[in-house]
Design a protein around this ligand. Structure first.
Ligand code: MN
Ligand code: MN
Length: 469
C-alpha cells in the first residue's frame, strides 16, 4: 500500500477532531526567519522599557521613526495618517487612519505597559543599625519571596519643589550600582521556614539596601543616611523632601535573554504585558493602508485594576477616539458599536511542574501560539466580560486566514484562582472585545519566560486583525 494514501479513519480524524500539533511542526520557513528577527527587536524593547514611562518613551521613539506624528484636537485626518497621543507620559494611544469611515468602527489592540514591581513609599529613606534602606510598597500581584536577594534597579521620576522633574534610571547603565532586598540566612530561618509562603516575607520587610558608609567627621545621628542624601543631592539636586513627589520604581536588574540550549524561549522582567504591548505596537507600525482605522492602546495601571487617569478606565481613551471621530463628523457611539478590540494580555502557560492547578485540555501551552481567552475572571466567571461565540468565531476566522498559530486558553482550574484584563473596560464601552495573549511561565515573577514562537504569533495575529477587511 502506498504510504501517502490515508485510511478513511485517518481522513475522518483530520477532518473531525481538533488535534493541534506543536507550533514548531506547523511553522513555515518564512515565519521562522521573521520570528527570529522579531524576537531580537522585542528583547531590545524590553531592555529599554522597564517602566510604563520608559515604555511610552521607547514606543514614541519607534513610532516617530516610522512616520507617526502627534494628534491634536481639531486636526483634519485622512486615510493613511499615522497619529499618536501620549497620556501624561504613562500611557499611549496610536492610530493608522483607514480607508473606511470611523462610523464603520475601528480595530483596537489594547495592552498594558505597567508591570508588578516595588514602588518606593513617599517617605522611604531611613537608617537602622548604620545601614541605609528605602521602604517600599509593592505594586501589583507579586509573590513577595521572589523579590528578595535579587539585583534591583531604580527607575522613575522625581518632581522637585520648584516643579522641575528629574528622570532617574540607576542600575541600567554600564558600571552602575544595583540595589537589593535582603533575606534571612537558612541557619537562622527555622521559624520563618514554617510560615506559609505569603507570610514568610512581610510587605514591611521589603526594604531596599542602599548604603552603609557613614558621613565623615560628623557626630550626629543617621550618618549613613546623610551620606546617601549627600550623594543624591550632588548627582540629582535632591533633598529628602523630594521623595514625597516622586514615582520611583524598583525593578529587577536583569536584561532580557534567550532561555534554553535551543534558545527557543525568552526570559525577562515585565513580559506581562510588554510582550503583547510590543506586538500591538509593532503590528500597528507595520500596518499599511488598513480598511478600518487601526488603533493601539498601551495602558497603565492594569496590574492594580486599570484605575486612574492613565488606566484603561480613564476617559483619556474616549477623548482620543472622540477627537478622531470629530475629525470625520462621526458620533463616538456609532464608532464604538462597530468596533472590535483584541484585549492583548498574557495568559498562564501550562507548567508541568505545577500540573495540579491547570486543567490540561483548556490550558495554553508554550509553542502552541496565541492563547484566545473567551473569558477571564475567577470562580463563576466573576469579573469577566465573557466574549460572545460570534466574536470568538470572528477572530478564529481571521487568524486561520492569516495562518496565525493559536490555541484556546483558560487561566487554570476553575477553582484555583483567577485574574482579569482590560477586556471588560473595553466591553463596557460597547466594543466587542476578546482576550488574547502570549502564554507565560512564572507570570509576575521578576524573571518571566515566554516562547519565541508565541511572541511572534501574537504580532502576526494582531497584524491580521488590523489588516482585516
Ligand atoms: Mn497582564
Ligand atoms: Mn499581570
Amino acid at each position: 500500500m502506498d504510504e501517502k494514501v490515508k485510511t478513511p479513519a485517518q481522513l475522518r480524524r483530520e477532518r473531525l477532531l481538533d488535534d493541534k500539533k506543536n507550533g514548531y511542526d506547523r511553522l513555515s520557513a518564512a515565519d521562522e526567519t521573521a520570528m527570529q528577527s522579531y524576537c531580537e527587536d522585542y528583547k531590545k524593547f524590553l531592555d529599554a522599557a522597564k517602566t510604563e514611562r520608559e515604555a511610552v518613551d521607547e514606543a514614541v521613539r519607534l513610532a516617530q521613526a516610522r512616520g507617526f506624528t502627534p494628534f491634536a484636537r481639531g486636526m483634519m485626518v485622512k486615510p493613511g495618517d499615522k497619529l499618536y497621543r501620549v497620556n501624561r507620559g504613562k500611557a499611549l494611544m496610536l492610530a493608522v487612519i483607514g480607508e473606511k469611515s470611523l462610523a464603520d468602527g475601528v480595530s483596537i489592540g489594547a495592552a498594558h505597559i505597567d508591570a508588578p514591581r516595588l514602588d518606593l513609599k513617599p517617605q522611604p529613606l531611613y537608617e537602622d543599625s548604620e545601614l541605609c534602606f528605602l521602604k517600599t510598597h509593592y505594586y501589583g500581584g507579586i509573590r513577595k519571596y521572589q523579590w528578595v536577594t535579587i539585583p534591583l534597579e531604580l527607575h522613575g521620576v522625581v518632581v522637585r519643589s520648584d516643579g522641575s522633574a528629574i528622570r532617574v534610571a540607576i542600575g541600567a547603565g554600564m558600571g552602575d550600582p544595583v540595589f537589593t532586598v535582603d533575606d534571612l540566612l537558612p541557619h537562622l530561618g527555622r521559624e520563618q521556614a514554617k510560615k506559609p509562603m505569603a507570610e514568610a516575607i512581610p510587605g514591611e520587610s521589603l526594604n531596599i539596601l542602599v548604603g552603609s558608609r557613614p558621613f565623615k567627621e560628623d557626630e550626629g545621628a543617621d550618618r549613613v543616611k546623610l551620606a546617601i542624601m549627600d550623594i543624591l543631592n550632588q548627582k540629582y539636586g535632591l533633598t529628602e523632601a523630594d521623595f514625597i513627589s516622586a514615582e520611583l520604581e524598583a525593578v529587577p536588574a536583569f536584561r532580557s535573554s534567550d532561555v534554553g540550549f535551543d534558545r527557543s524561549l525568552i526570559g525577562a522582567y515585565g513580559q506581562d504585558d510588554r510582550v503583547c504591548s510590543y506586538a500591538c505596537l509593532a503590528a500597528l507600525m507595520n500596518c499599511e493602508n488598513p480598511a478600518h482605522t487601526a488603533v493601539c492602546v498601551l495602558a497603565d495601571k492594569e496590574e492594580i485594576g486599570s484605575e486612574g487617569v492613565s488606566g484603561m478606565k480613564s476617559a483619556a481613551f474616549d477623548t482620543f477616539m472622540s477627537d478622531l471621530c470629530d475629525a470625520q463628523r462621526v458620533s463616538l457611539k456609532t464608532c464604538y458599536e462597530h468596533s472590535f478590540c483584541l484585549s492583548a494580555d498574557v495568559t498562564a502557560a501550562y507548567d508541568p511542574n505545577f500540573a495540579e492547578v491547570y486543567e490540561k485540555a483548556n490550558s495554553a501551552r508554550v509553542n502552541y501560539g496565541v492563547g484566545l481567552c473567551k473569558y477571564t475572571g475567577s470562580g463563576g466567571k466573576s469579573g469577566s466580560s465573557d466574549a460572545s461565540a460570534e466574536v470568538v468565531g470572528f477572530i478564529r476566522r481571521i487568524f486561520d486566514q492569516a495562518e496565525v498559530i493559536w490555541q484556546m486558553a483558560e487561566l487554570g482550574k476553575v477553582d484555583a484562582g483567577g485574574g482579569g484584563t482590560v477586556a471588560k473596560f473595553m466591553a463596557e464601552r460597547d466594543i466587542d472585545t476578546l482576550d488574547a495573549g502570549v502564554p507565560v511561565l512564572s507570570m509576575h515573577a521578576p524573571f518571566e519566560t515566554t516562547g519565541k514562537l508565541d511572541c511572534y504569533m501574537m504580532y502576526k495575529g494582531m497584524k491580521a486583525v488590523y489588516q482585516a477587511g
